[in-house]
Design a protein around this ligand. Structure first.
Ligand code: 4NP
Length: 153
C-alpha cells in the first residue's frame, strides 16, 4: 500500500502526516510506503517548518530530512491513496488528476479516520505555535484510524 499525504505547501501538515503515519505503521508492523507533497510550489526543496519539526521532535519523531515537493502527475498512478488535508487541497487534486482512476484515489484525509468531529485538517501556518500541537493530535488520531481501516481490509 502506497499513500501520499497532500497539503498546500508541503512544509506543515503533510510532512507531519507523513512522519506520523510512517512511525505508527512501523510500530504496528504494517508495511507502507508513505510520502507527501504540496499542491503549490512555494516551498519546493525546503525542510518542514521549524514549528512542525519541533512539534514532532516533542514526540521523538524526526521529519528533519524531508524536503518539500509539488504533486506530480505520476503520483496519481504510483500511489494507491492520495489524501488531502482540506477541501482546497481536495479540489486542486481532483482538478489535477489525469483520469478517473487517479480521481478515485483522492480523498479527504479525515474521511477515512476517526477525527474528533472534524472534516478538515486546519492550516496551522499563520497561527500560534500551539496550533502545531493541535495538528499533531488531529493527525495522530486520523493516522490511527487510517491504519485500523487498512488492517481490516
Ligand atoms: P501547509 O501549510 O500547507 O500545511 O504546508 C502552509 C505552508 C505554507 C503556506 C501556506 C500553508 N504558504 O502560504 O506559504
Amino acid at each position: 500500500m502506497k499513500i501520499l499525504m497532500v497539503c498546500l505547501g508541503n512544509i506543515c501538515r503533510s510532512p507531519m502526516a507523513e512522519g506520523i503515519l510512517r512511525h505508527l505503521a512501523h510500530q504496528r508492523g504494517i508495511d507502507l510506503i508513505v510520502d507527501s507533497a504540496g499542491t503549490a510550489d512555494y516551498h519546493v526543496g525546503e525542510a518542514p517548518d521549524a514549528r512542525a519539526r519541533a512539534a514532532m521532535m516533542r514526540r521523538s519523531i524526526s521529519i528533519e530530512d524531508l524536503r518539500g515537493r509539488q504533486v506530480a502527475l505520476q503520483d496519481f498512478t504510483y500511489f494507491d491513496m492520495v489524501l488531502a488535508m482540506d477541501n482546497n487541497n481536495l479540489r486542486d487534486l481532483l482538478r489535477l488528476a489525469p483520469n478517473d482512476e487517479g480521481r478515485r484515489k483522492v480523498e479527504l484525509m479525515l474521511t477515512l479516520a476517526s477525527t474528533m468531529g472534524m472534516r478538515e485538517v486546519p492550516d496551522p501556518y499563520y497561527g500560534p505555535d500551539s496550533g502545531f500541537d493541535d495538528t499533531y493530535h488531529l493527525l495522530e488520531n486520523a493516522c490511527n484510524g487510517l491504519l485500523d481501516a487498512i488492517a481490516h481490509r
